[in-house]
Design a protein around this ligand. Structure first.
Ligand code: PMP
Ligand code: GLU
Length: 405
């Protein structure tokens, strides 16, 4: 028997990135020599001093409820971190801690959106933006970014997409999945578009900066609120420790923004998850305030892997891959193969045991995402296998599509 679900869940499927990562792990567990390029998470252990802080939190019995918005020390540390890195001044009360950046985004969209509202999302987009907007009963409006333009947002196209119903625009720089780092000049133009759209300040920005420390020179990340600090009153900045500190499983993200929005997000969180795990909060506090050398070490390693993977893929004609300026994804144009990305990803998995995520879930058919949060040896082996696959591949046609379950 299938029971009826709420309308707003009708078009919401599970995260394809998480589903494909689980599938790759299951294959590996079953003894298949699968090479996993699905995972959107660093493969490094959490830095030792951060792990130690978690252990100490347990020993010190920091194992009870904390304030819903997180322990004050952590909120202060986040505010200090933003002041230090971005030069932006947030009060402690303008910061809240959540169960990963994902929950911060969820909270923000839930408290901001009404059913008639629209939210602008730039494609290709991270797989959860579309469902997160729909779960808030709002409507996603997609604005394309183009490969030929380095996947930079087109401020004129954003302007055209704004209607009287537009509540917010989601920005993500560096981007998952393209790795594009939004240039300062584009941010300035976007800021002007947002400010010029209405006579009041009712058009908001949700700036997902979760990859902002994983950036490869000469690319340079700027936040839209750095570029135009007057936007601080209408921007919800989202970040966390998951990616920069290799802490995906600890589940600590945060939001910083106007106090009334943050208060509403805290109220919402008080009725859903309450505080994020107390132990994780102490570990995150250490991550943000302790030694930062591990971050630099991990970024340098990501850069080596990026160079090898992207250059290697570009040698496998007709595959084509722009050099990502940040994050840890190679975004590969596979349209030259003459079949869907879904079909290609399914064949790579089946024929070459190389697990990737096809672009359909990112609103960008024709592309495949390969996470380079994996070892150089695995990258070499995958390039060898994909090279062999290209030489021996069956012609386009009758192929199965990737199961998303
Ligand atoms: N935003 C983007 C762009 C991401 O790739 C991720 C990765 N899951 C998140 C937010 C969520 O991060 P977290 O694991 O902290 O919830
Ligand atoms: N953000 C990561 C990814 O895109 C983790 C998986 C997820 O949360 O969707 O793969």
């Amino acid at each position: 028997m299938t029971l009826a679900l709420a309308d707003r869940l009708r078009h919401v499927e599970g995260s394809p990135t998480l589903a494909l990562a689980a599938k790759a792990k299951a294959l590996a567990k079953a003894g298949k020599p699968v090479l996993d390029f699905t995972a959107g998470e660093p493969d490094f252990p959490t830095p030792a001093h951060v792990k130690q802080a978690g252990i100490q939190a347990i020993e010190a019995n920091h194992t009870r409820y904390t304030p819903v918005a997180g322990i004050l020390e952590l909120r202060k540390a986040i505010a200090n971190n933003l002041a230090h890195r971005l030069g932006l001044k947030y009060a402690d009360a303008e910061v809240m801690v959540s169960c990963g950046a994902k929950q911060a985004l969820y909270n923000a969209l839930q408290v901001l959106c009404d059913p008639e509202d629209e939210v602008i999302i730039l494609t290709p987009y991270w797989v959860s933006y579309d469902p997160l907007v729909r779960l808030a009963s709002a409507t996603p409006v997609f604005v394309e970014t183009k490969e030929a333009d380095g996947f930079q947002p087109d401020p004129a196209a954003v302007k055209r997409a704004i209607t009287s119903k537009t509540k917010a625009i989601i920005l993500n720089s560096p981007s998952n999945p393209t790795g594009a780092v939004i240039e300062e000049s584009r941010l300035k133009e976007l800021a002007a578009v947002v400010k010029g759209a209405r006579s009041d300040d009712s058009l908001l920005i949700i700036s997902d900066e979760i990859y902002d420390q994983i950036v490869f020179p000469p690319a340079r990340v700027r936040s839209i609120v750095q570029v135009d600090p007057t936007l601080i009153d209408r921007t919800i900045l989202v970040n966390g420790v998951s990616k920069s500190y290799s802490m995906t499983g600890w589940r600590i993200g945060y939001a910083a923004g106007p106090k009334n929005v943050i208060d509403a997000m805290i109220n919402l969180q008080s009725h859903s998850t309450s505080n994020p795990a107390s132990i994780s909060q102490y570990a995150a506090l250490q991550a943000l305030t302790g030694d930062q050398q591990d971050v630099q070490r991990m970024v340098a390693e990501f850069q080596r892997r990026r160079d090898r993977l992207v250059n290697g893929l570009n040698q496998l004609k007709p595959l084509r891959c722009t050099m990502p300026g940040g994050a840890f994804y190679a975004w590969c144009n596979v349209s030259g193969l003459g079949q869907s990305a879904d079909a290609t990803a399914a064949q790579w998995l089946e024929d070459a045991l190389v697990a990737t995520v096809p672009g359909e879930g990112f609103g960008a058919p024709g592309y495949i995402r390969l996470s380079f949060a994996t070892s150089l040896e695995q990258i070499e082996e995958a390039l060898t296998r994909l090279g062999q696959w290209m030489r021996t591949r069956k012609p386009a046609g009758a192929v199965r599509s990737v199961e998303r379950g």
